[in-house]
Design a protein around this ligand. Structure first.
Ligand SMILES: NC(=O)c1ccc[n+]([C@@H]2O[C@H](COP(=O)([O-])OP(=O)(O)OC[C@H]3O[C@@H](n4cnc5c(N)ncnc54)[C@H](OP(=O)(O)O)[C@@H]3O)[C@@H](O)[C@H]2O)c1
Length: 267
């Protein structure tokens, strides 16, 4: 019987490419969208799920359990972006961001974990970001929501140490998806103290996503993590420079690393 996979945010970007890749590799894949256009597409079965709606989280999980009786792998992929100076980002927008990228993800995880306990096995892969390993300027809330997911993944691994439930996080660098069009963007305000630096950073961020690679590499990495007997806590996928930046942060004096980032973002 094929492994049953639940992957959130399968209507676009990393999610759709991964859902289709895993389907091609003989997994039974349930993908989610807030508004699925079809029940199934290219072999991926779709269920409605909004991470901001507890009822829809419950219903999505129940539907898969009714159909399949189990969920072997949960891939918490759905997520959104947010950009803006920390000082000028409405707190309401920051809260909404954390709701989707963090609390909603954990609510779904809490729903699925008891099922995995009953099955006596399971796997959870949280899609985080290289940006979660460092505080990036004008993406502070995004860095923070992904950092929160990374540390929670570490804690959950320890809490589940004596079970057959494996937990990992996978941090992508930049990949060409719809993330830029879906994100909450504080408009650059010519009257703001941050106008020049923020406008330049926005251009840089958009260029990074536009010039980035197709996310098939992320799908292949997720596939490899699913095959592992003992998956690691942290995986990274992206350009060598983006992956190397996390390593550099670990070994360089804080000041040197901070200056490197400031230079990159022309601050
Ligand atoms: N692209 C990158 O460069 C990059 C880099 C690092 C990390 N990531 C992470 O990778 C993951 C996937 O992003 P992506 O780049 O593939 O972006 P994307 O193309 O914008 O896809 C985002 C997915 O999330 C779903 N989604 C958004 N809000 C949701 C909500 N409230 N409830 C449930 N689902 C929701 C969307 O589905 P519907 O709109 O159909 O509901 C969509 O399928 C995210 O966690 C992102 O932070 C991306």
């Amino acid at each position: 019987m094929p492994k049953v996979i639940l992957i959130t945010g399968a209507s676009s970007g990393i999610g759709i490419v991964t859902a289709e890749f895993l389907t091609e590799n003989n997994f039974k894949v349930y993908g989610t969208s807030r508004n699925p256009s079809k029940d199934s597409l290219n072999g991926v079965h779709f269920v409605q799920l909004d991470l901001n709606d507890s009822n829809s989280i419950e219903k999505a999980v129940d539907k898969i359990i009714t159909n399949e009786g189990k969920i072997d792998v949960l891939i918490n992929n759905a997520g959104v972006g947010i950009t803006g100076p920390i000082e000028e980002t409405p707190i309401k927008a920051a809260r909404a961001h954390f709701q989707t990228n963090f609390f909603g993800v954990m609510e779904l995880t809490q729903r699925v974990l008891p099922l995995m306990r009953n099955q006596n096995e399971g796997q959870i892969i949280n899609v985080t970001s290289i940006a979660g390993y460092m505080g990036l300027p004008f993406r502070g809330y995004y860095s923070a929501s992904k950092s929160a997911l990374i540390t929670l993944t570490e804690a959950l691994r320890l809490e589940l140490k004596n079970t057959n439930i494996k937990v990992s996080c996978l941090a992508p660098g930049d990949f060409a998806t719809n993330i830029a069009s879906g994100r909450f963007t504080v408009e650059a305000n010519p009257k703001s103290n941050y106008f020049k630096a923020y406008s330049a950073s926005l251009k840089l961020m958009n260029a990074h996503v536009d010039e980035a690679e197709n996310p098939i590499e992320v799908a292949q990495t997720i596939f490899r993590i699913i095959q592992k007997e003992k998956p690691k806590a942290h995986y990274k996928v992206g350009s060598p420079l983006q992956k190397f930046s996390v390593f550099l942060k670990g070994i360089l004096p804080d000041k040197v690393f901070e200056n490197m980032l400031a230079k990159h973002y022309k601050l």
